[in-house]
Design a protein around this ligand. Structure first.
Ligand code: OAD
Length: 223
């Protein structure tokens, strides 16, 4: 069976990484216009680097949980699995998932806004860091900000359309185009989340609860 999976911040919540829109979520403490837009970065690169440096530090301390592990196990079985994530953490990779599609970029990667070179981000990025390729001081975290185009959209659309089963895990479905992927699904659709998302009605099937309970149980049924 071809399975396309979309994950969001909810899958990493039990690893201790904050979600965005839950009570106490990151967007209740920070204005996303300041830290997650190209305009915010142009106004105050120090603030934006500090924000992502703090998130990178949290990420390094965190460990993959049973839900990340179950998805890695699923990929090693007989099914053809495409794992798409909105998350910028590397917990899917550390659990052992191969070829994770990071549609919103990666905390652990840096990009040069001048020449588009990419490299592994240091733990602490600084607005004065020169690009290793062109030496201009325009380095930024390799994160897709609001107003920018998510990565790999053609491949993602193709994988979701071709899938026999599309599953969304731990996402509020408030951010597009990720939230609209369910519309492309031709096969079965399943939402796994703590509560119904904004697009819950677009899914045929639902399982509500903690990702670390629901995802391993669902994977066990498939194997
Ligand atoms: P959100 O914070 O919007 O939503 C997280 C979802 O996970 C919510 O629906 C929660 O109910 C659910 N949830 C929380 N804890 C859970 C748990 N233990 N088990 C299962 N579900 C749980 O996060 P995303 O939907 O991922 O983009 O946010 C999408 C994008 O908005 C992010 O990629 C980020 C953000 O702004 C950028 O920064 C560009």
């Amino acid at each position: 069976m071809r399975i396309a999976i979309l994950t969001g911040a909810g899958i990493s919540a039990e690893s201790g990484l904050g979600t965005f829109r839950d009570q106490d979520g990151l967007w209740t403490k920070y204005d996303l216009n300041d830290v997650a837009t190209p305009q915010g970065f142009a106004r105050n690169p120090r603030l934006v680097h500090d924000f992502y440096n703090a998130r990178r530090a949290n990420c390094v301390q965190a460990a993959p949980n049973a839900a990340h592990q179950a998805l890695a196990d699923l990929a090693s079985g007989p099914h053809d699995v495409t794992l798409i994530t909105q998350n910028v953490d590397d917990l899917h990779e550390r659990a052992g998932s191969p070829a994770v599609v990071h549609m919103h970029g990666e905390l652990m990667r840096a990009v040069c806004a001048s020449c588009d070179a990419r490299w592994d981000a240091p733990l602490e990025m600084d607005p004065k860091d020169p690009c290793p390729a062109c030496h201009v001081q325009t380095t930024r975290p390799d994160i897709v900000w609001f107003g920018e185009m998510p990565y790999m959209m053609d491949d993602i659309a193709q994988a979701v359309t071709a899938a026999d089963l599309f599953v969304a895990i731990g996402t509020s479905a408030e951010v597009y185009p990720a939230a609209g992927l369910v519309e492309l699904a031709r096969g079965d659709t399943l939402e796994i989340n703590l509560e119904p998302s904004a697009r819950a009605n677009a899914f045929e099937n639902h399982r509500f609860g903690l990702a670390t309970d629901i995802v391993p149980a669902w994977v066990a049924e498939l194997r």
